[in-house]
Design a protein around this ligand. Structure first.
Ligand code: SF4
Length: 410
C-alpha cells in the first residue's frame, strides 16, 4: 500500500506526514488494520525499540472542581460517584507513589483537580516532590495542576519536577464544545509556561468525544508543533453522571487507527496510551503496544484500570520490555532538544492540558459519518455497538489506592 510505505519511510527518517496522509490513516478499513499497525510499529521500534515506559498516577486532590469540562468525572455538577477528597499529605502521596514505583513505574504523575494551583498549593506539591525524591531520587515526576500563573512553573522546576502535563484535548475549533470556563488558548499558554521554565512538556488529547477526523488530526499536529515530549492519548471514559455518559463512539479498531496516526505524526515522541485503554481497546490492548511506547500502570485518577500485574504480563506476553529507570525514553536527538529547552532556548511552545488527563470528553457531531452500502469496514463500523447506552460493566469507579484505606492495584 503506497500510503503505508510512504508513512513508514517518513517515520523512519523522523519526518512528519502531510495532513492528508494523517487523515488517510484514520480512513483505512478493518481489512487494512494489521498492515497499518505493522507500518506504524516499524516507526515505533526505530525510535523506541521494544521498550514500554510505565507511568503511575497519584490523584492528590479528587473531585469538586469548579471547571466544567464535559468529559470529566470531577467537573462542576458531576453526579459521578467518584472519590472526593482534598489534598493528600506529602507522606500519603509518597506512599502511593512508592506502590507504583515498586510495580515498575519510572514516572509518577502528581495530579490535582481544579482550575489551577494557588501558591500554597505549589508549596504542598514541593513538599510532596521532596518526600518522593528523598525515597528514590531516580523517579521522574510529572505534575498536573491545571492552569499555571506567575512563576509557578519555575517554582515547580526548582522543586525538582521533571515534567508538566496539560492536555490540549481536542482541536482549537471544537474546544468551546468541551469546556466554557477556560479556553484552548489558556491551555496552550500553560504548556508554554511549563516549557519555558524548563519542564518537559506532556500534552495530549482525548478521542471519542464525537470529534471529526479533522479535529483529531488538528490537535495531533498542534501537539507536534508545540513540541510536546510526551503525548498521552486518552479514549473517553463515559462516566455515568457526566454529560458524555452515553458517548460510545470508539471501537478497538478505531483506537488503533488513532494511535497509528498519532505515531506517524509524532514518530520520535513518547506516545502514551492513557485513560480508556481497557475500556475501549479491551482484548486488543497488546496491539496498542506496537504503536505507543508508554502506558499507565494500574488505576487512573477516578476509574479503575486493570491490575498492575496484568499490565506487566501483557507487556511480557506481547514481546516488549519495561523501560528501566536508567534508560532514556526519548531518542538522543529529542533528549538534546529537551535539554536545550530546559536552558530556556527551545524554539517554541509545548502542549498540555488541564490537570486532569485520563478522564473523558465531549462532542458535537458524531465522529463517524453515516455509512453507505458500499462503505467498507472502517467508518461504517467505527461506532461501538453500545452507542447511546451507559456501560457500567466497562466503567468502574476507583475506590482503592490514593485517598482510601485500601491498597492500590499497582
Ligand atoms: S479536566 Fe481538570 S479542570 Fe476540567 S473539570 Fe476535570 S479536574 Fe477540573
Amino acid at each position: 500500500m503506497d500510503l503505508l510505505d510512504t508513512l513508514t519511510a517518513k517515520g523512519l527518517r523522523g519526518d512528519v506526514p502531510t495532513r492528508e496522509e494523517a487523515l488517510a490513516v484514520l480512513a483505512t478499513t478493518d481489512d487494512e488494520l494489521l498492515d497499518v499497525v505493522a507500518a506504524a510499529g516499524k516507526v515505533r521500534r526505530k525510535w523506541f525499540g521494544r521498550r514500554v515506559k510505565l507511568n503511575y498516577l497519584v490523584n492528590l486532590k479528587s473531585g469538586l472542581c469548579p471547571e466544567d469540562c464535559t468529559y470529566c468525572s470531577q467537573r462542576l455538577g458531576s453526579k459521578a460517584e467518584i472519590l472526593k477528597y482534598t489534598w493528600l499529605k506529602p507522606d500519603q502521596a509518597a506512599e502511593a507513589a512508592r506502590a507504583g514505583v515498586a510495580g515498575g513505574a519510572k514516572r509518577v504523575c502528581l495530579v490535582a483537580s481544579g482550575r489551577g494551583p494557588t501558591d500554597r498549593d505549589i508549596d504542598r506539591v514541593t513538599d510532596t516532590i521532596d518526600a518522593i525524591k528523598d525515597a528514590d531520587p531516580a523517579v521522574e515526576i510529572c505534575v498536573c495542576l491545571g492552569l499555571l500563573s506567575g512563576n509557578q512553573a519555575e517554582r515547580l522546576k526548582a522543586a525538582g519536577a521533571d515534567a508538566y502535563n496539560h492536555n490540549l484535548n481536542t482541536s482549537e475549533n471544537t474546544y468551546g464544545d468541551i469546556a466554557t470556563t477556560h479556553t484552548y488558548a489558556d491551555r496552550v499558554d500553560t504548556v508554554q509556561k511549563a516549557h519555558g521554565a524548563g519542564l518537559s512538556a506532556c500534552s495530549g488529547l482525548i478521542a471519542g468525544m464525537g470529534e471529526s477526523d479533522e479535529d483529531l488530526v488538528d490537535v495531533v499536529f498542534a501537539l507536534r508543533e508545540l513540541g510536546s515530549d510526551s503525548v498521552p492519548v486518552n479514549f473517553l471514559i463515559p462516566f455515568e453522571g457526566t454529560p458524555l455518559a452515553k458517548e460510545w463512539n470508539l471501537t478497538p479498531q478505531r483506537c488503533l487507527r488513532i494511535l497509528a496516526m498519532v505515531r506517524f505524526v509524532n514518530p520520535d515522541t513518547e506516545v502514551r496510551i492513557a485513560g480508556g485503554r481497557e475500556v475501549h481497546l479491551r482484548s486488543m490492548q497488546p496491539l496498542g503496544l506496537h504503536l505507543a511506547n508508554s502506558i499507565f500502570l494500574g488505576d487512573y485518577l477516578t476509574s479503575e484500570g486493570q491490575a498492575g500485574q496484568a499490565d506487566l504480563d501483557m507487556i511480557k506476553d506481547a514481546g516488549f520490555e519495561v523501560e528501566g529507570a536508567g534508560e532514556a525514553t526519548l531518542p538522543r536527538h529529542r533528549a538534546d532538544v529537551a535539554a536545550a529547552s530546559s536552558c530556556g532556548t527551545a524554539a517554541s511552545a509545548c502542549g498540555s492540558g488541564g490537570g486532569c488527563g485520563p478522564c473523558g470528553g465531549h462532542a458535537h457531531a458524531p465522529a463517524s459519518a453515516s455509512a453507505s452500502e458500499d462503505t467498507p469496514a472502517s467508518a461504517a463500523e467505527d461506532t461501538d455497538a453500545s452507542d447511546g447506552e451507559l456501560r457500567s460493566d466497562l466503567v468502574k469507579v476507583r475506590l482503592r489506592g490514593a485517598g482510601t484505606e485500601l491498597a492500590p492495584n499497582a
